[in-house]
Design a protein around this ligand. Structure first.
Ligand code: ATP
Length: 253
């Protein structure tokens, strides 16, 4: 993936990415600033048009599929809790919107029909929102809003869930809660998930596989068995070693 190709601002943000994500994988992705993590997600979700290669989702080539069509199958959460929900609409209206993602519908009948379903789903979240269906989303705390966004992204089970540092803006306690919730929802609904984080502990605690990115490349792919026996110190060591190795390879090129 090259940004501004052919100009002085040309930037190769992704370089020969060859990644197969297995069904049911929960992959955590780490890497320094500018490593290409978000660009990888943007390429998968269709937020950017990749300049080479292809994106395949469940045997379908979606390389040329528009972002809004892909969003029917790919759920996405961002660092900013303000993204992903409509602040001037109520919790119920927001849920109704996500429930009918990508389809034509009228808000009223949908909300009415699925009120009980929404209440049950909110109860599952366990953050006291089940009795507040008529509350405007803009008045919720960052953590509540991110939990709601998570629910919205998974209400219609996506084929893939992309979490882009989705708890980085939350306080440590709330972050833990939302992360645990993410893991629970992914597990219970068998949602293949990829999560970008700068937190080594979280990268290790969650999921079954860790990718380390640097300079647009995946420089390490740590699978379940190896990950299981790793400590944070081990992960930091692998991170540093693979980064140095990648630097040496670049020097040789
Ligand atoms: N729209 C864009 N136009 C030009 N360059 C871009 C664009 N988006 C990203 N880049 C560049 O591509 C590289 C990878 O950026 P990306 O945001 O994917 O990194 P990241 O690993 O997510 O970093 P961070 O941890 O800081 O979020 C960076 O050098 C960045 O400046």
């Amino acid at each position: 993936m090259i940004f501004n190709e052919g100009t002085i601002n040309e930037k190769k943000a992704l370089d020969h990415i060859d990644l197969t994500v297995n069904e049911g994988d929960f992959i955590t992705i780490i890497g320094s600033n500018g490593a290409g993590k978000s660009t990888l997600f943007q390429s998968i979700s269709g937020a950017v048009d990749i300049t080479g290669g292809s994106v395949i989702l469940n045997d379908h080539d979606i390389t040329d599929t528009k972002e809004y069509i892909r969003s029917r199958h790919i759920g996405r959460l961002f660092q900013d809790p303000l993204k992903g929900t409509a602040p001037s609409m109520t919790i119920e209206e927001n849920l109704a919107l996500s429930f009918s993602r990508g389809k034509h519908f009228s808000l009223r009948p949908v909300t009415h029909k699925y009120r009980k379903y929404f209440i049950d789903a909110l109860k599952e979240l366990d953050i006291g929102l089940e009795n507040r269906l008529d509350t405007k989303v803009g008045t919720l705390s960052g953590g509540q809003r991110q939990a709601l966004t998570l629910l919205m992204a998974t209400l219609v089970t996506p084929q893939l869930l992309l979490l882009d540092e989705h708890t980085a803006a939350l306080d440590p306690g709330t972050s833990k809660k939302v992360l645990a919730l993410s893991e629970k929802i992914a597990k219970e609904n068998h949602i293949t998930t990829m999560m970008i984080t700068h937190n080594m502990e979280d990268a290790l605690r969650y999921g079954n596989r860790i990718l380390i990115m640097k300079d647009g490349k995946i420089i390490s792919d740590i699978k379940e068995e190896e990950k299981k026996n790793m400590s944070v110190e081990d992960l930091i060591r692998v991170f540093t070693q693979s980064s140095e190795m990648n630097d040496r390879m670049l020097l040789r090129n």
